[in-house]
Structure formats: structure tokens, C-alpha cells
Design a binder for this molecule. Sequence first.
Ligand code: SF4
Length: 485
Amino acid sequence: MDPFCGDETHDDDHLHDECGVFGVFGHPEAPKLIYLGLYALQHRGQEGAGIVCADEGVLSAHRGVGLVSDVFKPHKLARVTGDRGIGHVRYSTFGSSNLKNVQPLVADYARGSMAVAHNGNITNAAVLREELEEQGAIFQATTDTTVILHLISRSKMRTFTECLIDALGKLVGSYSVVAMNGTEVVAARDPHGFRPLWLGKLDNGWVLASETCALDIIDAEWVREIEPGEVVTITDAGITSVKPFPPAVPKQCVFEFIYVARPDSYIFGKSVDEVRKNLGRELALAAPVDADLVMAVPDSSNPAALGYSHQSGLPFDMGFIRNHYVGRTFIEPDQGIRDFGVKIKLNPSRHAVSGKRIVLVDDSIVRGTTAKKIIKMLRACGAKEVHFRIASPKIIASCFYGIDTPNKKKLIAHNMSVEEIRDYLGVDSLAYLEIDALLRATGCDPLHFCTACFTSMYPTLVPDDYIPKTNNKRHVDHSTEVYGA
Ligand code: SF4
């Protein structure tokens, strides 16, 4: 299911997307192209958006809280000028959701101005921040990206790219980063390559994007994915690539395939749509059921449900109709409506589900609260049987690499057996995909994926592994400040 944007409909039953990054070099319409790229990446973050461009070496920026279309009205986009720049859409995995944390972060330092936008999560950010604060650094933002700027500004290396590499070399965790100063744009992926990052070409310029759907929207040619551990620098002299970090086994986020990325994108060398359909096929092979139809919890589960339908021979039907025009706030009647948040977004088609034995496919379950409401809605519309099929394994652990997960104690599968979850949700049968089937569905080397939220096997040190020197947590909470978009 796609994430709900407004508080009242905030979907607490799926892991939330993290962030998306975009960059352009050498195109006269860079600000508008970045705006469009961010539009295509909106599914990766709905809480804030920003664009920074460089014009004759001078950076201009606009950032705001909200959706891309809210943040960038024409007169605001016109303030950002230049033929090179970077952009970001944000979902807050680290740091509160206020304007100070909206990226790209921009700073002036001894060598000029710079901007950084980051998709991922730095697991040793708290330790690095504490060290920097002890050395006198002052932080305004609470996002982990701000640590990267401080490390760049303190680096004694020669060029901007070398300073960025110096900074990134101190990080543990996940990052797909786009960064710039007045003249160059740099892209980097962490050595494990947790998050995707693409290089594209448009006319005589270059484009960087989290997913190919953002290259498509501006008719950019797909050149290749930035490789894990690779740093690409684009200047007026051309493009250069280095791999400065010790090599590591790729640990790409398998959850990008399950839920995060758009199905029309290619990431990690594969079509997201194809992998999701494979997930459904694997699910049908592992957990068949005698039923009348297959339906999805739309939209992100549609390909998996189609895959289940193709493999099982059961017809696929659009049993849920989704309202695509949901805004950010809603006025609820005083008397209250049962399951209001879910009903704003989804409604079952009574004709399709009444009297039917249904296979309902969803990509994942986090807390189970939304799933329970959805199933109740199906029952209320006369569904005879509901067989719930989940196109991923049980989520039993938190993610520390850029996907927002609740504490593991709030994960339903951390606390309950499959039978207990089945009983809680009120379904006739429940089956999850096993981890082997998930990895098989990717068609890639199974060792090249992070599966930590399903297995608790983290590829790197995570925050719990670091012992803070002090308990003196003194970050200012800016969350009550009000900013116009
Ligand atoms: S823990 Fe899960 S969501 Fe996080 S990077 Fe690994 S596979 Fe992706």
C-alpha cells in the first residue's frame, strides 16, 4: 500500500519510504528538471523537498515542508537559478520533521558554499556528532546529513570531491548522496550500496536520480547505476569516477523491491515490477488456496497480486478502489466514523467482493492495525472468506539504514506467531513469503541483499552497538516552529 500523506490517514502498517535524491549538471533548465525529478520521486518522501542550484559559482536554494507541488510554486522555483544543482524529497528517518532538516542542507565554509542531499541513514551519526560537538561544532539541524557537512568542512583534502570522500570514509551505515559546491556535482553510494542511485544523460548534461522513473519524466537516457562504493564527480571538464573505499559485499535493501521503489523503476539491475510479480508467483506456489479471486491492497501490492493470479490461475479483480485525491488534512464528523483513516483512502467494491472467497495480497505487515481495518471492511461488504497472503517475510526487526520502522516491540510479527496474527486480523488463513523465496524472486545473488528487518542480521554496526560518551542529549526540538511552504 502506498503511504498515506496526512496525519489522519498516516499508514502505520507499512514501513515508510525514506528519501529520494536528484541532480542535474550542465543543463540550462536545471531547476525545472530537478523539480520534475523530485515529482517522480515523491513516493520516497512526502514531508519536505528542496532544490539547490549553482549559477556562476553562487548557490541559490529553496526548501520547504510538504509535497513537491506545495513547496515549489512557480515564483519560488524562479528564485533558484543555474545550470547545475541537486534536489531532495524527505521522509524523516532521523531528525524531526521541520524546515531546518529539509534537504539539501546548505552551508558556507572556508572554501565557499556547499550543499548535500542524502538518502539513507548513518548509524554512527550520534557518535560523530558528539565528537564534533566536543570540538566546538554547533548544530542547527538534527538530521544525520548535517554531520556530513561538518566533516567536509573540517577535511584538509584538496578538492571538494576529496573532502567529501574523506567525510564519507568516516561514516557507517547507508548513503546515496548527491553533493555540490559552486562548480561541481558529486554522487556517491556507500560501499554496501544499500540505496539505489542512477546516472543519466540529457542533451549535453548529466542527471543523477534515486530511481529510473525520475530519469523517464525528463526523457533522460539511462546510462548506468552508480556502483556500491563509487564516487562520481561531474565538472565542466567532464565526468570522473573513483572507488576510494575498502571493497565490501553489496547489501542492497531488498525492501526497495518489496515496497519502496516505484514499480516502473529499475534498481539493482532489475525491474521492480518484474520482481514484485515474482514475489506473487512464489507466494502462490508456497501458499495456494481454493478461492474465487485474487485482489491487492493497492497500489504497491498490485504487481504481487497479479503474479499470484498468473501462477494460481485465479482471476485478479480490483476489489479495492483507491481515492487518489487525498490531501493532507481532513475534517472528521464529530460523531466519528469507524476506521475513518483507512476509509478516506480505500473502499471495497461491494460487487466484486460480496459472497466471494478472496485471496488478499499485501506487500508487508508492520503493526497490523491497518490490515485489521481493511479486512473488517471486506467482511462488512460480504466477503465469504479472506485468505491473506503477504509478499515478504515477517518483519521482526527495525531498519537502521533509512527505512522508518517502529521499535521492534511494536512490530506485530516480533510479538506474535503466524497463527496469533491470523486470529488478530480475523482472516481465514494467513501466509508470509519465506526469505529464500523472497531472494529467489529478485533473480540476483542472494548474498547481495540486506534482509536485516526479516532476520535481525545487520550488515554493519548499528546505533545500539555504539556507547554514547554522555547521556547529555541536548538537541533543540524545533518541531513547534511554523514555516510557510
Ligand atoms: S533492514 Fe530491511 S528495510 Fe532496512 S535496509 Fe535492510 S532490508 Fe532494507
